[in-house]
Design a protein around this ligand. Structure first.
Ligand code: SF4
Length: 454
């Protein structure tokens, strides 16, 4: 009997990849995905703690689904992901209509949990381990993920968890210690993707460049994996994220410079340009260490786009410290940066400090102002990168229609810059999707480029 499942994914790409695996596991249990929660037999909320107010948003969504369950009592509701990992079975006290809760370490238990709930009519089933022994993906090497709206590109998780324990971050508490997926499991997935027509893969992990450090019986790192994925026929482009500055080795930089399928784009969060703040964040490097790394990358890969992440308003961040972050954008030659105002996450040391040293907390209004200043510095930097590209020819992987103008197509160049482009009359848009084409840039904006098809 075929049942249907609706899954809502909050937050990061790691969660998106987990949701695709959940759908793959559920397909084996006879579940087909549906885009409509009103008709689904199973509703799964895959939560994320990275964003602010994550648990409030999660509980609001579960509340809406609770109303739905009043009309259709047979529907089953599941809470998964990082918030589930943190709140555990208190969900059942607060929302008794939730049927199952499973954490980030228990995705492989989903088939068992679903059978309990649907076939044995169990209620309030829970699976919340703190640390599993193998990568989620190694439990089911032959499972085929159900890709959602991904078009031409696919995310491939290669490492889960993190060993760093930065003081503001919940990942090590919710996703556990780092576990690398076996190379063969990754290559099998990449080959399946290539056979299905996927041209671009993004190798994913919280600290993707730490890949392989936890193997006991194998010396194999991200550079080795780059070479292996590069050899897969049909794959044209390889990306990877997110890198930690301490793990990005010379071998990896060399592989990116040498292998034509490796895209010239590296995402390396700096988080702060100030050494005192970096120390309190427990990032393990100084601003000079970061600049040495970005200088080396710029020297070896001249047309690289380095992108980063920043947190502003970390407890105790002085005006001078904040200005060091602003300075770092141009000093490191970043192309783009994601920015966020600091907000405390449950369990983290920084949240405990903020409570203990309330006088060091940065007022929300100051955080907002700093965010604006930093965003403006990044916008200017992006514009400085994009302006000289007018007139240049760029190779683009076409993803589909442009969001703002459906007459145009949209794709990304090797540096992952968004390029919207016009096509001559008479060319069928659909025939170009998922192909690599050359376009000539006509106009530059901070976060995109305009071009015409050659
Ligand atoms: S390295 Fe990244 S994922 Fe790991 S603790 Fe630090 S911020 Fe979190």
């Amino acid at each position: 009997m075929t049942r249907t499942v609706f899954i809502e994914t909050q937050g990061c790409q790691m969660n998106e990849a987990d949701s695709e695996l959940m759908l793959g596991l559920l397909a084996r249990e006879g579940f087909a995905p549906t885009p409509d929660p009103n008709v689904a037999d199973l509703l799964i909320l895959n939560t994320c703690q990275i964003r602010e107010m994550a648990s409030d948003k999660a509980f609001s969504q579960l509340g809406r689904w609770g109303k739905l369950k009043k009309q259709r009592p047979e529907v089953k509701i599941a809470m998964a992901g990082c918030v589930a990992q943190q709140v555990g079975n208190t969900v059942f006290e607060r929302m008794p209509y939730v049927d199952m809760v499973y954490g980030t370490q228990n995705i492989h238990d989903l088939p068992r949990l679903v059978r309990q709930v649907f076939d044995e009519n169990d209620h309030h089933v829970i699976a919340l381990d703190k640390q599993k022994e193998a990568s989620t993906f190694d439990y089911f090497e032959d499972v085929t993920q159900v890709r959602q709206n991904r078009g031409t590109s696919a995310w491939v998780t290669i490492i889960e968890g993190c060993n760093y324990f930065c003081t503001y971050c919940v990942v090590p508490y919710t996703r556990g210690r780092q576990i690398s997926r076996k190379p063969q499991s990754i290559l099998d997935e990449v080959k399946r993707l290539a056979e299905g027509g996927v041209k671009e893969v993004t190798l994913l992990g919280q600290t993707v460049d730490a890949y392989g450090q936890d193997f006991n019986d194998l010396r194999y790192d991200l550079a080795d994996l780059f070479h292996a994925v590069h050899a897969v026929d049909g794959i044209e482009r390889i990306r990877f994220m997110t890198s930690h500055p301490l793990d990005l080795s010379d071998r990896m930089i060399e592989a990116i410079a040498e292998l034509p399928k490796l895209m010239e784009q590296i995402h390396i969060p700096m988080q702060s340009g100030d050494d005192a703040v970096l120390k309190r964040m427990r990032r393990g490097y100084t601003s000079d260490d970061y600049y040495r790394l970005t200088d080396k990358i710029h020297d070896r890969i001249p047309n690289v786009a380095i992108t980063g992440d920043y947190i502003v308003g970390f407890p105790g961040e002085s005006e001078e410290a904040f200005l060091n972050s602003v300075y770092s954008v141009s000093r490191a030659g970043l192309y783009l940066g994601n920015t966020a105002a600091y907000s405390a996450r449950l369990q983290t040391p920084a949240a405990i400090w903020e409570e203990r040293y309330a006088d060091q907390a940065i007022p929300q209004s100051v955080k907002e102002e700093r965010l604006q200043i930093l965003n403006e510095a990044i916008r200017k930097q992006a514009m400085a990168h994009n302006t000289p590209m007018v007139g240049q020819v760029q190779n683009v992987l076409v993803e589909g229609q442009s969001k703002r103008n459906p007459q145009r197509l949209m794709g990304r160049n090797r540096q992952n810059k968004v390029i919207n482009f016009d096509i001559p009359d008479g060319i069928d848009q659909a025939s170009l999707v998922n192909s690599l084409v050359d376009v000539q840039v006509t106009e530059a904006y901070p976060f995109s480029l305009l071009a015409t098809l050659l």
